[in-house]
Design a protein around this ligand. Structure first.
Ligand code: NAD
Length: 353
């Protein structure tokens, strides 16, 4: 029996989660809900996803756009075991009572406050905490990136203090109303909200975060300095720890992928290969040359593709809630289905001649 899944909110995150659900062997995508008949609604229909009208949306508008609908959100809720809410910030909280009264389990996104759900989730960091829960919040893109890195570092060497400066993208590529388009905007509230958010997953992590917003749409970049409790033997140890963990993509110096433009070009190049459906980068991206250990001090950069990093986490959250698999098995199954389970550092090219 497959777990029956609905997705409410079919924008940046929702459409990717729907595509990911449709590729899992143990999940069934029952339908997606949208308020308006946009190009994304047309995409849902083109992919064969039953379309439902959400919120204050009007079925007549869908009809005049010649987009067939299968009912309203309430009808979708009657047909699913779990709903993934991917609506804009704060709308998820308003939807919570609809899901509860329909007796449907619910997953919320990082734009919601932590208390929208019973627990916050990251697959590498706290899968077991969320097993059997009826509602879970998948944390934001930046928090997901930090929690994954912490899941690598914390059990191996312990953390005395962790400082992250987040260089945040101003907007997603499809957004036109956000900025800045020319400026660097420091987040003057300190710490930024990301540190406290990471602690909804790892309550004892001694982390402080600061942030600036810059005019780019591609990815966020985190600048990390971690004072470890126990020193690794050197930078190679830390490189190996990241390299051997799922959902980390390391770039070797010879690859020339020295910044986010090349990383996303790599993502576009690999799309369609190895079953990878989209030009997304669902892994934390690290540069080998940008990982350094000096005594107990570890430094590393990581890039986070905000539009897609939480997608595999939404899938694993469903498996944790329904006890379908343990954490490592779920991660492996998700990554295989999404085509991100391949070698994370390609072999160096052989010298010719
Ligand atoms: P989005 O604006 O791209 O998509 C939201 C979709 O929900 C839109 O299609 C919108 O029309 C629809 N919608 C609006 N009101 C609705 C309602 N009442 N019922 C159903 N649908 C409704 O937003 P997004 O970027 O996908 O963000 C969704 C959530 O994911 C937010 O909590 C956000 O904070 C979080 N998130 C976003 C990113 C990112 O970088 N975009 C990354 C991680 C997490």
């Amino acid at each position: 029996m497959k777990v029956r899944v609905g997705v409410n909110g079919f924008g940046t995150i929702g459409k990717r989660v729907a595509d990911a659900v449709a590729r899992q062997p143990d999940l069934e995508l029952v339908g997606v809900a949208k308020t308006r008949p946009t190009f994304e609604a047309r995409r849902a229909v083109a992919r064969g996803y039953p379309l439902y009208v959400a919120g204050s949306g009007s079925p007549e508008k869908f009809a005049s756009a010649k987009l067939p609908v299968a009912g309203r959100l309430a009808d979708l809720l009657a047909r699913v075991d779990v709903i993934v809410d991917a609506t804009p910030e704060d709308v998820g909280r308003a939807n919570r009572s609809l899901y509860d009264s329909a007796g449907v389990r619910s997953i919320f996104q990082g734009g919601e406050e932590a208390d929208v759900a019973e627990a916050s989730f990251n697959a590498l960091a706290n899968y077991d905490t969320c097993r059997g829960k009826r509602s879970v919040r998948v944390v934001s893109c930046n928090t997901t990136g930090i929690a994954r890195a912490a899941a690598v570092v914390l059990p191996r060497w312990g953390v005395e203090h962790w400082e992250v400066t987040l260089v945040r993208r101003a907007a997603d590529p499809g957004e036109v109303k956000r900025g800045p388009i020319n400026g660097i905007m420091p987040t003057l509230d300190m710490p930024s909200h990301h540190g406290p958010d990471v602690r909804t997953i790892l309550p004892d992590l001694p982390i402080a975060t600061t942030a600036v917003v810059v005019p780019t749409t591609l990815m966020h970049v985190h600048v990390n300095h971690v004072r470890l409790a126990r020193p690794p033997s050197g930078s190679a140890d830390l490189v190996e720890a990241f390299r051997s963990t799922p959902r980390f993509q390391l770039f070797a110096p010879w690859e020339g992928a020295d910044g986010t433009p090349q990383v996303m070009e790599y993502a576009r190049d690999r799309a369609g290969r190895d079953g990878l459906p989209t030009a997304d980068m669902m892994e934390n991206v690290l540069w080998e040359r940008g990982i350094r250990v000096e005594g107990r001090d570890a430094y590393f950069f990581q890039a986070i593709h905000q539009e897609s990093i939480v997608v595999p986490e939404n899938i694993d959250a469903i498996r944790a809630m329904f006890n379908l698999a343990d954490g490592p098995a779920s991660i492996a199954m998700t990554d295989r289905a999404l085509g991100i389970a391949g070698p994370r550092v390609p072999a160096a090219p052989r010298a010719s001649g």
